[in-house]
Design a protein around this ligand. Structure first.
Ligand SMILES: CC(C)(COP(=O)(O)OP(=O)(O)OC[C@H]1O[C@@H](n2cnc3c(N)ncnc32)[C@H](O)[C@@H]1OP(=O)(O)O)[C@@H](O)C(=O)NCCC(=O)NCCS
Length: 164
């Protein structure tokens, strides 16, 4: 089995849209148009996991001066700035058939390493309650319930401070 974590490219558009639809309910899934914008804008904060040459998962998020993951950030890449201090995670997805093999952990570790090498201040994400322990294993701290109402769900703020 050959696993590669690599930067995403605009040619990944169909693949990431399909992976997102397999992982999230329609109200929470990002659209093809929003991935088109993100693939064009995010130079190092969009990574793909490939198994035997086929994309099976990804992680992505904007980089911003804001220190909270608010719903407006999902809607537009206008607030994205590669040189800003805070790296967000909009989504971490692994297709259901390939889950439980460590691919999400590999994606997250690569994302963290990239943010550290760019001397970022912190990585911020929101997650559902059941995934808090999953993110704590990487060092994320839970800051309580989020203001986010994304997809009508309840979300928790998770923050990973990075050494600078
Ligand atoms: C969450 C998700 C990315 C994990 O992907 P994955 O490739 O299966 O994750 P990994 O194999 O790296 O890690 C799984 C391990 O993390 C830990 N883990 C996962 N969920 C956990 C939880 N709720 N509580 C504690 N530990 C958990 C377990 O140790 C698990 O091991 P197991 O597979 O033996 O049960 C995947 O299930 C997914 O895409 N879900 C749908 C989309 C989603 O909810 N994404 C996260 C919100 S953005």
């Amino acid at each position: 089995m050959d696993i590669v974590i690599r930067p995403a490219a605009p040619t990944d558009l169909k693949a990431v849209t399909a992976i997102e639809a397999a992982c999230f309910p329609a109200a929470e899934a990002a659209t093809e148009e929003s991935f088109r914008q993100r693939l064009a804008a995010f130079t190092y904060s969009f990574l793909i996991a490939e198994k035997d040459g086929r994309p099976i998962g990804f992680i992505n998020g904007c980089v911003t001066n804001k220190d909270e993951l608010t719903d407006d950030l999902y809607e537009s890449t206008a607030l994205h700035d590669d040189d800003a201090p805070n790296v967000m995670v909009f989504g971490l997805d692994v297709i259901p058939q390939e889950q439980h093999q460590g691919f999400a952990a590999a994606l997250m570790k690569a994302y963290i390493e990239k943010a550290e090498s760019r001397r970022k201040k912190q990585i911020i994400l929101t997650c559902k309650e059941r995934l808090i322990p999953f993110y704590e294993q990487f060092g994320y701290e839970c800051h309580g319930k989020s203001q986010s109402t994304h997809g009508g769900a309840v979300w928790y703020d998770m923050v990973l401070p990075l050494p600078r």
